[in-house]
Ligand binder design. Structure first.
Ligand code: RFL
Ligand code: PHB
Length: 391
């Protein structure tokens, strides 16, 4: 098997990349280790920056998003039983975000790829990337019980944090920056209309809580829990009781309960692998970097990486110049580190670390009050949340 771009992984990064390349007339093959149903059901991100939504639209993958997605013009910060709304368009010159789940983005891109694009193989597990430093990189993979080789001009590792692509970059050329947090998120899906029309990020002495949504009828909620928590250890009513405590306000707002249909725990981590390129192997999305979900940046970073790669490859094909491909890692990392910074800031602003001192608690409240009372501080948050322009 031979192709121009071998793509490992059919998460948002791999699927969007395949679409962008198809639209530019460049052929690709996508290898995905899981089956289609698994990829389409995996609960993850919910927020698209305006730039990500624009890219999906321009790629011809925005039709259902524009019909069913919810445009959000702000978020609420909740602390000390008070509520503060951050008005995105008013602070950023008109920018907003879109609530449209990662599951739906993936479904739309898979349908398009299978209808119009190049091969997308499910249950095709990449085993290794070979000869990444040469002009003829190869992906060894297993599909339908057989081992095979995909010969490529370029390989893009979009295979997430646990993938194999990153391992093909020699350790001696690599620097890893990492931080783990001593807590995770217990996330639930519930068949109940969201109790607020925008996302609510709550800081509470008992820990962080987030109210999000998947549709006008389905809520997505998260609770900060100790690292390593077993989701089964939390009874449904205990979850609602705890959410109610952490979202409590001084006014008459209340949290509506409903049947919980899914429950899981996500660890929290910051991680950056530098460089994001070795020879003709490029890393994109979670394969190269992880952010804690508090800033809603992971999927948006993945989109930024593959847009950068697609532009660079088109430039190479049109002009013969490798300049943009050579700059890929540097270009992506600038944006990545801004997202790392913002996600870290949001995480430390809103979560209660085990053993936090009263001094640290007061500082958190002072940071929140600063955002609530200074247009400059609030604008900084609004600009980062809605996303910096692509490229
Ligand atoms: P993915 O989605 O992990 O996809 C990688 C794909 O590669 C496949 N794979 C392989 N395929 C072939 N061979 C191999 N050897 C392979 N190894 C792995 C996997 O099966 C998979 O299909 O990475 P990608 O495409 O880079 O996308 C990244 C995003 O998924 C991730 O950053 C976001 O979900 C993060 N995230 C959020 N991001 C946002 O922008 N906004 C949010 O609101 C947001 N909320 C979240 C999140 C992530 C969360 N979790 C569960 C970590 C909320 C949560 C709870
Ligand atoms: C989600 O809806 O899953 C979501 C929203 C905002 C975040 C993280 C997750 O910051």
């Amino acid at each position: 098997m031979r192709t121009t771009v071998g793509i490992i992984g059919a998460g948002p990064a791999g699927l969007l990349l395949a679409r962008l390349l198809h639209n530019a007339g460049i052929d690709s093959v996508v290898l995905e280790s899981r089956d289609r149903a698994y990829v389409e059901r995996r609960q993850r991100a919910g927020i698209l920056e305006q730039g990500t939504a624009d890219v999906l639209r321009a790629a011809g993958a925005g039709e259902r998003m524009d019909r069913e997605g919810l445009r959000h013009d702000g978020i609420e910060l909740r602390f000390d039983r008070t509520r503060h709304r951050v008005d995105f368009p008013g602070l950023t010159g008109g920018r907003s975000v879109m609530v449209y789940a990662q599951t739906e983005v993936c479904k739309d891109l898979i349908a398009l790829q299978l209808r119009e694009g190049g091969p997308l193989l499910f249950e095709a597990e990449a085993l290794a990337v070979e000869d990444a430093g040469t002009d003829t990189p190869r992906v060894r993979f297993r599909h339908e019980g057989r081992e095979d080789v995909l010969e490529c001009s370029y390989v893009v590792g979009c295979d997430g944090f646990w993938g194999v692509a990153r391992k093909a970059i020699p350790a001696g050329l690599t620097q890893v920056f990492e931080r783990t947090y001593p807590f995770g998120w217990l996330g639930i899906l519930a068949d109940v209309p969201p109790s607020h029309d925008e996302l609510v990020y709550a800081r509470h002495d008992r820990g962080f809580a987030l109210l999000s949504m998947r549709s006008p009828a389905v809520s997505r909620l998260y609770l900060q829990v100790p690292e390593g928590t077993d989701p089964g250890a939390w009874a449904d009513e205990e979850i609602w009781d705890e959410l109610e405590r952490r979202f409590e306000t001084a006014d008459d707002w209340y949290l509506q309960r409903g049947p919980i249909t899914q429950k899981s725990v996500t660890p929290m981590r910051s991680f950056v692998h530098e460089p994001m390129r070795h020879g003709r192997l490029f890393l994109a999305g979670d394969a190269a970097h992880i952010v804690p979900p508090t800033g809603a940046k992971g999927l948006n970073l993945a989109a930024g990486d593959v847009v950068t790669f697609a532009r660079a490859l088109v430039h190479r094909q049109e002009t013969g110049s490798p300049e943009l491909l050579d700059a890929y890692s540097q270009t992506c990392l600038r944006r990545v580190w801004q997202a790392e910074r913002f996600s870290y800031d949001m995480t430390t602003l809103l979560h209660r670390a085990p053993g936090a001192t009263p001094f640290e608690d007061r500082l958190q409240l002072a940071r929140l009050e600063r955002i609530a009372s200074s247009r400059a501080a609030e604008t900084d948050l609004a600009e980062a949340y809605t996303g910096f322009p692509f490229g």
